[in-house]
Design a protein around this ligand. Sequence first.
Ligand code: GRF
Length: 218
Amino acid sequence: MGHLEIGVLASGRGSNFQSIIDAVERGYLQVSLRVLVTDNPAAFAIDRAKNHGIEHLVMRPKEFASREEYFERIAAELKRRGVDLVVLAGFMRIVGKPLIDAFRHRIMNIHPALLPSFPGLHGQRQALDYGVKISGCTVHFVDEGMDTGPVIIQAAVPVRDDDTEDSLSARILGFEHKIYPEAIRLFSEGRLNVAGRRVLVKGADIEETGLTHPPAGL
Ligand code: GRF
């Protein structure tokens, strides 16, 4: 696969976006961060884009006639820039069909739980409320559902008795920042094949299955 052009969609602080920027800058990822698209003019992700010379576009749904048109236009802006892979990094909207169709199996998302457990908002709080002992994070391809697409890579993270939503979120976030660049790297190397619900990783060894990230102390 040639040099991959990436478009990032983010709505907020953009720490995952930053982890990808850092991975590019240290040469772990050999891809171009072509454009950031955000639905939130106050997103801190915009400052990160500016600091690293990455183009950004603010596109707010209310400026478009319909949800369909909104996602059509995002797809068009991404295509116009030659984007090959769309990376959702804290993009707080369900992606509309026009964008999914334009980038089938070429849109990734990261979720702060071990899917299919605890999809939707506040995955970390859901895990605490349920009482699970292990949670984690998941990078998956995006389909029409909410956090339902084929799983690419996961990391397991222990839940401690004294965890709060904040402390668990912070522990999980540390692993998000590792596995998102890993998933993008596997994609950029042409090593991800979607077979139904499964994503098969070419040449994967145990280093690249998520088991690289066992909870400390296990
Ligand atoms: C992360 O917890 C991610 O898993 C979820 O939204 C949050 C985004 O955080 N999808 P950030 O904007 O990347 O810091």
